[in-house]
Write a protein that binds this ligand. Structure first.
Ligand SMILES: Nc1ncnc2c1ncn2[C@@H]1O[C@H](COP(=O)(O)OP(=O)(O)O)[C@@H](O)[C@H]1O
Ligand SMILES: [Mg+2]
Length: 235
């Protein structure tokens, strides 16, 4: 059987004006995999995710998704093709209710298992609070709403940028406990995570970035602490 990764990047570079943030990132993820991306602040993790989602320019062939080159394709078109991001800082629409925020995620009109009912089954607290303004939710609940909004587009690939940031450990656990349910239908996920222990636990493979380059790629359970700290800090 021909085996094709769901997403590959080939020597991917990314820039903010004249400033180069990514230097030749080779990355791949198979359908159904959960891959973590770790690295210090400023390593380029969010830049990588934003470039994959079309928010930053890339060469057409530097990103291949589901067999098609998508580098530099507009963000709205990328959502329609099946990539959804939970951005750093959640970015909910503050003037909208929880339910309205979730419905905003469905604008791409992709079909699949995710709809309001499925999101409310995954995170029952969102059903209880569906009429509340997004700003009235706790940090953990806001994160659940941001994840739910991304799922509403029925993506093939879910990308999560630091979903545990600023949340208490018990809330982080609650959110990551939902991940196997999210992925049970064959969903694929890239998880950017500052907490290396959490990243190793939830993923099958991980990549470490440092100063815009991949410094480690391997099986999450096999990489050693020494390999990780070397890849993280370059010491
Ligand atoms: N909007 C921006 N404009 C200019 N430089 C940026 C911008 N966002 C990030 N950078 C720079 O790009 C590099 C990578 O940042 P980022 O991808 O946010 O790192 P991470 O998510 O790993 O913390 C850093 O040097 C950061 O200062
Ligand atoms: Mg970041």
């Amino acid at each position: 059987m021909f085996f094709m990764p769901l997403l590959t990047t080939n020597k991917l570079e990314s820039f903010y004006g004249d400033f180069q943030a990514l230097f030749g990132i080779d990355f791949e993820i198979q359908q159904g995999e959960i891959v973590a991306m770790i690295g210090a602040n400023g390593a380029g993790k969010s830049t990588f995710l934003k470039t994959v989602c079309g928010l930053l320019k890339a060469g057409l062939d530097a990103i291949v998704f589901d067999g098609e080159p998508i580098g530099g394709v507009a963000p709205g078109k990328i959502v329609q093709r099946g990539i959804a991001m939970v951005p750093e800082g959640r970015r909910l629409f503050p003037s909208l209710s929880v339910e309205e925020n979730l419905l905003m995620g469905a604008y791409a009109k992709r079909t699949g298992p995710w709809n309001l009912d499925a999101v409310y089954t995954l995170f029952p607290i969102l059903k209880e609070r569906h009429r509340s303004p997004a700003t009235a939710l706790s940090g953990g609940q806001q994160q659940m709403a941001a994840i739910g909004r991304a799922l509403m587009s029925n993506p093939k690939l879910l990308i999560c940028d630091e979903i545990s940031l600023g949340l208490a450990p018990i809330v982080v656990k609650e959110i990551y406990d939902a991940l196997p349910r999210i992925c049970s239908d064959g969903m694929t996920a890239i998880i950017v995570e500052q907490d290396v222990g959490v990243a190793q636990k939830v993923s099958s493979r991980l990549y470490c970035l440092q100063e815009g380059k991949v410094t480690l790629a391997g099986s999450s359970k096999d990489v050693t602490r020494e390999q990780i700290s070397k890849a993280y800090f370059g010491v």
